[in-house]
Design a protein around this ligand. Structure first.
Ligand SMILES: [Zn+2]
Ligand SMILES: [Zn+2]
Ligand SMILES: [Zn+2]
Ligand SMILES: [Zn+2]
Length: 449
């Protein structure tokens, strides 16, 4: 299950990795805008020694700005965060440029977020584990990658060398792949003049050239000049603003909201009167929603329930399904465990059927929903409503075995599966939520009949 990620709050003297790499142009990574730090919090099961059964099923992640003006995310510090550049766990064998190209427009996707979560595999092969999500804002496409490492690995010193405050440092000769100045992803291209600047693609090379590398390339400039230029190059507007993701257990009761509850109640009644079902699960299973009138009601109903659930933590940008992750390794899972946790769907429509979720290409195990991204993140990250980015929820499915990569594989990041559920036609979760809040405030509860 998910462990605590220790974070170096102060963006600290994290071991030589960035500093030493300055020359090679890896450079201090995070300079864009408000920097943040990320902590995924423990769902601490009661006490470690007992069977850890008592962890919450769902944690919600919220975005948090760091109070520090600038935070360095060292890979050793393993952040869970949104925006900025990815902080890679395995420092080489990064996802290939082709894997990060949007399948529709072929432009490089933008880093959306990464979640740190380890799993109790008996072989401890997932001692470190992170899942990364990228997106094309324009085409509304998403891609996810999973990376995991044992405690003993080529990048980091054994954890025993770290402390609570300082994670175990990088190994002095950890293999490290150059990353793109603009986006922080694998960078097979190198500036042909200075051989110091690296890029994932021509587009980012041009951006960096115009952004300042053109003036700087091949010249002997001071560290301050270099840092200033880097800042400009970094601020190309491609990256999303950076935030920590902090998780908390979801409260287990709904916040009362009389207006919303009444709307739900009335709709349920009205469905029943017409002999319709009121629960989407049943409706989907029995194909019992052919009557369009009832279908429409059910769609509204589901959406209102979705809103009601979100009220437990209105700022949530993601929901993490602890019960599902690594479930292949818990033996107590058979009878009384409630089965696989379902994501919180925003609509009756647009849910995947069993055949829609492919099994892990690497080991053949089924995939389970690990976390889902909530639509609030679009606004909270300042993504324009005109960008094309739009969803009711984005669900990331990962291998239930959390399998290790194939021996000899060049890429240490395994592609996982992403399902995008669109908001039901005409319903925008955020707008609806705002409208509902406004209506409730006015006390004008127009229950539509
Ligand atoms: Zn695209
Ligand atoms: Zn790039
Ligand atoms: Zn150059
Ligand atoms: Zn697998």
């Amino acid at each position: 299950m998910v462990k605590v990620t220790k974070l170096d709050e102060k963006g600290q003297p994290i071991p030589d990795d960035e500093a030493a790499n300055e020359a090679g142009e890896q450079a201090a990574e995070e300079e864009s805008g408000p920097t943040v730090e990320l902590v995924i919090e423990a769902d601490d099961g009661e006490e470690e020694e007992e069977e850890e059964e008592e962890y919450a099923d769902i944690s919600c992640g919220v975005l948090e700005k760091s109070t520090e003006p600038k935070l360095d995310f060292s890979p050793c510090a393993m952040p869970s965060k949104a925006g900025g550049k990815p902080v890679w766990l395995a420092l080489d064998g990064l996802p290939a440029v082709e894997d990060l190209a949007c399948p529709e427009c072929h432009v490089q996707m933008v880093f959306l977020l990464q979640i740190q979560s380890s799993i109790d595999r008996p072989d401890e092969a997932a001692f470190y584990r992170a899942v990364y999500v990228f997106c094309c804002k324009k085409c509304n496409r998403y891609a996810a990658f999973r990376c995991q490492l044992p405690d003993k690995n080529v990048y980091y010193q054994p954890e025993a060398l770290g402390t609570d405050d300082e994670p175990a440092p990088l190994r002095p000769r950890a293999p490290r792949e150059p990353t793109c100045q603009i986006c922080g992803c694998a960078a097979p291209k190198t500036c042909s003049k200075c051989h110091h600047a690296h890029y994932c693609c021509e587009h980012h090379q041009i951006l960096a050239w115009r952004g300042g590398h053109g003036k700087l390339c091949g010249t002997k400039s001071s560290a301050t000049e270099k840092a200033a230029a880097k800042q400009v190059i970094d601020d190309q507007g491609l990256k999303l603003p950076e935030y920590l993701i902090v998780t908390e257990d979801e409260p287990d009761t709904d916040e009362p909201d009389p207006a919303l509850d009444k709307r739900i109640h009335d709709l349920e009644e009205s469905c029943r009167e017409n002999g319709g079902v009121v629960d989407a699960e049943t409706a989907m299973r029995d194909g019992d929603v052919d009557d369009t009138e009832n279908l429409k009601k059910l769609v509204d109903l589901e959406f209102l329930r979705f809103q009601r659930r979100l009220r437990r933590m209105p700022d949530q940008v993601l929901r993490y399904m602890h019960g599902n992750v690594g479930r292949a390794f818990y033996d107590d899972q058979d009878e009384d465990d409630g089965g696989i946790l379902e994501p919180l769907w925003c609509s009756v429509m647009g849910r995947p059927g069993p055949a829609d979720i492919p099994r892990c290409e690497n080991c053949g195990a089924e995939r389970v929903p690990e976390f889902q991204i909530m639509p609030q993140i679009i606004e909270l990250l300042g993504v324009s409503v005109h960008s094309g980015m739009d969803f009711g929820t984005v669900v990331v499915y990962t291998c239930s075995q959390s399998c290790c990569e194939k021996k000899g594989a060049k890429c240490h990041y395994m592609k996982e599966f992403v399902w995008v559920q669109m908001p039901a036609a005409g319903l925008k979760p955020e707008e609806e939520a705002k409208k509902a809040a406004a209506a409730a405030a006015k006390g004008d509860d127009d229950d539509d009949d």
